[in-house]
Design a protein around this ligand. Sequence first.
Ligand code: ADP
Ligand code: 5SP
Length: 499
Amino acid sequence: MKYVLGVDLGTSAVKILLVNEHGDVVNEVSKDYPVIQKRSGYSEQEPDVWVEKTVDGLSEVVRSFQGNPEDIEGISFSGQMHGLVLLDNDLYPLRNAILWNDTRTSKECEQIYNVVGEDQLLKLTKNPALEGFTLPKILWVKNNEPNLFANAKTFVLPKDYVRLKLTGKLHMEHSDAAGTLLFDIANKEWSNEMCDLFGLRDQFCPPLVKSHEVVGSLLPDIADEIGLTSNTKIIAGGADNACGAIGSGVLEEGKTLASIGTSGVILSYESSHEKDFKGLVHYFNHGVENAYYTMGVTLAAGDSLSWFKDVFAPDEDYDDLLEGIDDVPPGANGLLFTPYLVGERTPHVDANIRASFVGMDRSHKRDDFVRAVLEGITFSLNESVEIFRKQGKKIETVISIGGGAKNDAWLQLQADVFNAKVVKLKNEQGPGMGAAMLAAYGCNWFDSLRACGEEFLRVDKEFNPNISNVRKYKELFEIYQDIYQNTKELQHRLVKFRN
Ligand SMILES: Nc1ncnc2c1ncn2[C@@H]1O[C@H](COP(=O)(O)OP(=O)(O)O)[C@@H](O)[C@H]1O
Ligand SMILES: O=C(CO)[C@@H](O)[C@H](O)COP(=O)(O)O
């Protein structure tokens, strides 16, 4: 039997799956790490902590594997997107990575619009200037830490940094490059025009590869530490949302994915780069060659629940925290929550908005709050579902992945809010499975990722919308949607009081 390893470098943890040639997960491990938040709107991590945890995790998985490690043929990677890792001449990080949910870069987004113009930016990159994307972060360092920036030779994204340290080879692959605002997604090359406009030298952008490409092998000392040899192939990998889509079989038009990790994503497969969503949703290259996807993003989806747990139930696990939510009716007895803990992206591009509980009553118990948090996260994702439906997409089935797919009551709630069948796969860790599938395809086990999906992916459970709840949620969603406009001004006036 042959095996591959899928490494998903998430925001909360690195999750590693050892998968056999039938797609069975035979071993898995998760190693978490903190997000460093120095100020409101800031979000950073230490790149070398990712490497240390990934090597530890790989070593644990391989050393507890009962079979022959020589049978582990390939490793591939999925990674949190957009995070800036600036590297010096020797390819060491110059500072902490600035993550996708860091929104300090509003001025730099304005700078981008002033230099390129909104229409031209959409033409060149298919995307608007959002605080979370990489170019605004590069400009922030250039504007605010010029001495440090003077020593920057190149940059990579989170999983590319880990792969660089494991192999000694510098690359970025298309699906993640798409989220930098420096990439021409139609021609799959760096946009010279964007680089020139922002004074980024030749060589600042790293060499590009395809997601399923074999890019090297493990450095000898790392291979020793993990318990593998340099025969194990290293395959480039993909952005976590591209890998999430691969790992849940979103490999053809008409398929929709809901991912609830730290962020929340509603993603739709696109066979062409020529559609015009006017920047309302992100438009990126898939990990499947010559394919694309569009998606709407909630910045703090699972992160809202994890914040609530950290503050109000630090000693409980998620299952305990969510135990009572089925006893609370839709609408949490008149309590609504908006998940804007770190600002928002879709549909409100607003770095200064913050979350609210609306309708708190003397009678509310903790379970009402927990249900309201889950409903608020799901309403926020439904805003993206609605954008897609308004664009003419039919959304009748949604495949749900990520930490948020671990709880059946939340999956039913998703079906009721989205008014669509929600499918849970046997392995809800979509991005890790997607990375394993890229490794299997890169090792030539299959002719296509679709053929790999047919062998690897299995449905576990399906959740059908409950018509009475669908009606209630339709009404509640309208009230939820009004909260943004009604709290926006108040929240903006509070900015100067934040830390
Ligand atoms: N048992 C559970 N039930 C419901 N939600 C969960 C559970 N476990 C984790 N989560 C949610 O999943 C999130 C983490 O999801 P994950 O996909 O691992 O994130 P990431 O890829 O960003 O590291 C947590 O923030 C939490 O909100
Ligand atoms: O910024 C985005 C997508 O544009 C996020 O979806 C990140 O890619 C982080 O993902 P998770 O850690 O939530 O999986």
